[in-house]
Design a binder for this molecule. Structure first.
Ligand code: PMP
Ligand code: GLN
Length: 375
């Protein structure tokens, strides 16, 4: 009597477990393997002794909310109300879940662009609503013709993810112009913009919904401190939405978690003043380039990577296996764990691509490449 009959254990859990079991190098699940900033460690040690260990207000620590508003202004030139329009959540995952539960009603439709990250579908199904899976083009750009054809009066949300997991693709100005046309055409349609990799972009500048005044009143954005500050295990992020929408999201949040980790919020409240988020792109660009140089000596063919800390590679000239079998064999026979791209599609996909996470120290990437050269 499952409410989610076709949903199993996430591929990130499966692959990380396999990596542990086979003592493989884990380039599958997206998390950094290097230590956190010493300054953050010191802040934590100091805070542990302070009286900050009880519930924070439901929406988040007021001073951290204020600082997120300042960061949003600095990054995107947009003023948001800390009190009315920002909510600190237990990672982007909780922000996405609370948003969908709060906004999407029975039988409404939500457009998801495949390949898509795995946490969007379950909250839609639990709302008794309909996920409408629309494939991106072969080069992972949005196919606006198909998106327009999929939209109708019942479409409540379109979920976008830019920079994109798993492909590393970024949206262009023209994509946002098309998105604006879509919301113009359907007055009830809202945009859920998953921007967890907002500060990890390379040659191109990331365009946020917060850059686009036409989208402000119609968009909910989701951010993750996990990605931006190398602390994925802290599970802390935030949602920004217009006040009337945020009021609804907070209703769900208060009964899902009420408030999130106090020590994490206090620590970030101090740390956020010390970091320059703009430096994150350069940091990961070096890693991307380092990894791509290492991979030149393998038979894998790398696809372009414009943002995020994921690199997609084709193994088409190595094997005819499906990507799940290939990734399993990579773990067991070659000692490197990766993610098969087909899991990001509603009905699978046979483009013979796998995803690497390059948020790893140079030594780990070097050792992984040595193993992959044997392919
Ligand atoms: N969206 C995307 C595209 C992701 O890759 C992730 C995973 N890290 C999340 C949302 C969830 O982020 P968090 O760990 O902050 O819940
Ligand atoms: N976002 C991470 C990834 O894409 C996974 C996080 C998780 O395991 N839920 O690898």
């Amino acid at each position: 009597m499952s409410k989610l009959p076709h949903i199993g254990t996430s591929i990130f859990t499966v692959m990380s477990q396999m990596a542990t079991e086979h003592q493989a190098i884990n380039l599958s699940q997206g998390f950094p393997n290097f230590p956190i900033d010493d300054r953050l460690t010191s802040i934590l040690a100091k805070l542990a002794r302070e009286n900050i260990h009880q519930y924070t207000p439901m929406s988040g620590l007021p001073s951290l909310l204020d600082k997120i508003a300042v960061l949003t202004q600095k990054s995107y030139g947009r003023n948001v109300s800390a009190k009315e329009e920002i909510l600190i959540t237990a990672g982007a995952t909780e922000g996405i879940f609370a948003t969908i539960q709060a906004l999407v009603k029975v039988n409404e439709e939500v457009i998801i662009l495949d390949p898509s990250y795995d946490c969007y579908e379950a909250p839609i199904l639990l709302s008794n609503a309909k996920p409408i899976r629309v494939s991106l083009n072969n080069d992972f750009t949005p196919n606006w013709e198909v998106i327009f054809a999929a939209a109708n009066e019942k479409t409540k949300l379109i979920i976008i993810n830019n920079p994109h997991n798993p492909t590393g693709k970024m949206w262009t100005e023209n994509d946002f112009i098309q998105l604006e046309k879509l919301v113009d055409a359907y007055p009830n349609l809202l945009v859920l913009s998953d921007e967890v990799y907002e500060y990890i972009s390379f040659e191109q500048t990331h365009i946020s919904v917060h850059h686009r005044p036409k989208l402000w009143q119609r968009s909910i954005s989701v951010s993750s401190f996990g990605k931006s500050f190398h602390i994925t295990g802290w599970k802390i992020g935030y949602v920004i939405a217009p006040e009337n929408i945020m009021r609804e999201i907070k209703k769900v949040h208060q009964f899902l978690v009420f408030s999130v980790s106090s020590i994490a919020q206090h620590a970030l409240n101090e740390y956020i003043d010390l970091v320059e988020v703009k430096a994150l792109g350069q940091f990961y660009q070096q890693k991307r380039d380092f990894f791509s140089r290492l991979m030149k000596d393998t038979k894998l063919e790398l696809l372009p990577c414009e943002g995020t800390y994921f690199q997609v590679a084709s193994y088409a000239n190595i094997s005819a296996e499906n990507d799940l079998d290939f990734t399993k064999r990579l773990v067991t026979e070659y000692g490197v764990a990766t993610i098969p791209i087909s899991i990001f599609y509603a009905n699978g996909n046979d483009n013979k691509c796998i995803r690497f996470c390059f948020a790893k120290d140079d030594e780990t990437l070097t050792r992984a490449a040595e193993r992959l050269r044997r392919l």
